[in-house]
Design a protein around this ligand. Structure first.
Ligand code: GSH
Length: 212
């Protein structure tokens, strides 16, 4: 049976549609429209108690029993371990995968997310303060990524892993957080290579919102 994906058209939602497509796992999409408060529906809270997308239900979980997973990092690790793809059972190889996945979860997501929030404020003083703080931090994180990608083709080595799927979901929104990839040429090279992958392209094309 197919995995059930609960998501919306956001960076955190796209990480999982990209991973599912790249791993070749069949899945059904359930749109959770966070602009309409659907993340607070009691039925959704049963699988995602922090009222955020994405979440999955795998009817064929460990031991053949259904399992639900929330938090995109946990979902990516779950899918990587389930399929053995874009993941490694070698503890040494797991380290960079987990380092760059946690880098995204703890920083390169929360920080550009704050930029997206402050850009929308009308109060000029609040807007200016938030943008100064969070744009600087977002740009610093792009610098960290650019230096990493000067040494490695992908974040955890030569080939893409779940860490790359996590990060590409946020670089996809670089225009929204007002970062010009020309300033970060290694990130741009990696981003263009990721977006040229058919699985990644399908992951970004799948409908994660209802037609207007
Ligand atoms: N750490 C969470 C963050 C998820 C998250 O922030 N989701 C946003 C959309 S990108 C959301 O559902 N927001 C709705 C809300 O906070 O009510 C993850 O990576 O899964």
């Amino acid at each position: 049976m197919s995995i059930q994906l609960y998501a919306f058209d956001t960076p955190n939602g796209r990480k999982i549609s990209v991973a599912l497509e790249e791993m070749g796992l069949p899945y059904d999409v359930h749109v959770v429209d966070i602009t309409k408060g659907e993340q607070n529906d009691p039925a959704f809270l049963k699988i995602s108690p922090n009222n955020k997308i994405p979440a999955i239900v795998d009817p064929d979980g460990p031991g053949g029993r259904p399992i639900s997973v929330f938090e995109s990092g946990a979902i990516l690790i779950y899918l990587g371990r389930k399929t053995g793809k874009f993941w490694s059972e070698d503890p040494a190889a797991q380290v960079p995968i987990l380092e760059w996945l946690m880098f995204q979860m703890g920083g390169f997501g929360p920080m550009p997310g704050q930029v997206h929030h402050f850009i929308g404020l009308e109060n000029e003083a609040e807007r200016a303060y938030g943008l100064k703080r969070f744009m600087a931090e977002t740009r610093r994180l792009y610098g960290v990524m650019d230096r990493r990608l000067a040494e490695q083709t992908c974040f955890a080595g030569a080939e893409p892993t779940i860490a790359d799927f996590a990060i590409v979901g946020w670089v996809w929104r670089h225009a929204r957080h007002q970062v010009d990839l020309a300033e970060f040429p290694n990130v741009r090279r990696w981003y263009e290579a990721m977006m040229a992958r058919p699985g990644v392209a399908r992951g970004f094309a799948v409908a994660l919102k209802r037609p207007a």
